[in-house]
Design a protein around this ligand. Structure first.
Ligand SMILES: [Zn+2]
Length: 52
């Protein structure tokens, strides 16, 4: 598979492995997130802390 980039996702606080992001897996510009569900938390939209 050409141009497949796999990005390791880790916790910014402790370095724990959270999952991977697969760039270009389904074609140029596509991105598939494969994140452990245990790492996810639901929040009200107005309470989301955004990182820019
Ligand atoms: Zn952590």
């Amino acid at each position: 598979m050409k141009n497949l980039i796999i990005v390791l996702v880790v916790c910014s606080k402790c370095g724990a492995h959270l999952g991977h992001v697969f760039e270009n897996e389904y074609g140029p510009g596509t991105r598939r997130y494969c994140i452990n569900a245990v790492c996810l938390a639901w929040q009200e939209e107005d309470k989301i802390k955004r990182f820019e």
